[in-house]
Design a protein around this ligand. Structure first.
Ligand code: PLP
Length: 304
């Protein structure tokens, strides 16, 4: 593999954590290419390996107009001299937005499709049609989520913080692949997922990666407490994200910021018991901040 990652822990400081005698350790995975941060390299690792072993000249995947996954796939493909295609939700997308501009800078060919057609992104007939149309391209599902992605994430040690064993592992949840990976790797530590999308089918999507013939650690999904609709946030949440920049911690309000905000609310309400040692996966996604600024959605300033 041309891509390499390194792992880090960061002990976050905040008055709420002090008041409730709670430790919060951010788990970082960084890559030599910063456009493949957080959960992305882990989710792509085995899919890239498969594509390379099977000698596919390209990767094809799916995403929205501001998708972190599209950028990561475009970057990973370029690092391996592979071609890439991004099937983008919505015929009306602005291919000059910062996310899609970055994808194109990596050579990704963008194919905007109607929202109606995009809804078939998991359906076999359309996937087969795309395979016939683009036989050179290894298909990666939306968000990268599949069994191979779960395996990649499962290899991340979230349990053993520098201060000792964590009492709870936490991550933001979109398509469910990341939390499924954490559950696989959790040994006996409980796992908490903060759902940043409103998707009643999410628990089942996660369970499909947790075969019933194995006893899994305890896990739970809670809806993000700020604004449950995907992508929605306000000034207060953005200010919460900015509050950590003096500790060199950057958060965006769609995934990590919203999930961490929810964690603080759960600490204050006693749902997360005082005295806990939390291990929170910083899943990356910072490129999205440029897209939010581009759309004028960030009240005030950007993080330094
Ligand atoms: C920054 C960020 N955090 C968390 C997630 C959620 O991961 P998953 O879709 O595997 O639930 C995503 C989506 O991949 C993401 O881009």
């Amino acid at each position: 593999m041309k891509l390499s990652s390194y792992l880090q822990w960061k002990n976050l400081q905040h008055p709420v954590l002090t008041e409730y005698q709670t430790e919060l350790w951010l788990r970082y995975t960084s890559c030599n290419n910063p456009d493949i941060s957080g959960n992305k390299l882990l989710k792509l690792k085995y899919q890239l390996k498969q594509a390379l072993q099977q000698k596919y000249p390209g990767l094809l995947t799916f995403g929205g107009a501001f998708s972190n996954h599209l950028v990561a796939t475009a970057a990973a493909a370029a690092e391996h001299n592979l071609k890439s295609i991004g099937i983008v939700r919505g015929e009306e997308v602005d291919i000059n937005n910062p996310t899609l501009t970055l994808c194109r800078s990596y050579g990704m060919q963008l194919i905007p499709v109607s929202r109606e057609l995009y809804r078939s992104r998991h359906d076999q007939p359309w996937l087969e049609q795309l395979a016939r149309q683009f036989p050179d391209y290894f298909q990666i599902p939306e968000g990268g989520t599949c069994k191979a992605a779960v395996q990649g994430v499962s290899e991340l040690d979230m349990c053993n913080t520098p201060a000792g064993p964590a009492s709870l592992l936490i991550c933001a949840v979109g398509s469910g692949g990341t939390i499924a990976g954490l559950i696989h790797g959790a040994q006996n530590t409980p796992v908490l997922g903060i759902a940043v999308v409103k998707d009643p089918g999410l628990p089942d999507k996660i369970k499909q990666f947790l075969p019933a013939d194995h006893s899994w650690p305890e896990w739970q999904l809670v809806q993000a407490l700020h604004q449950p609709r995907y992508g929605h946030f306000d000034h207060q949440l953005w200010q919460f994200c900015l509050a950590f920049t003096d500790q060199a911690v950057q958060l965006e309000p769609i995934y990590t910021g919203k999930a961490l905000y929810t964690v603080f609310e759960l600490i204050k309400s006693g749902v997360i018991p005082a005295g806990s040692r939390l291990s929170f996966f910083h899943t990356g996604g910072l490129q999205a901040i440029k897209g939010l600024a581009y759309r004028g959605l960030l009240p005030g300033s950007e993080p330094a």
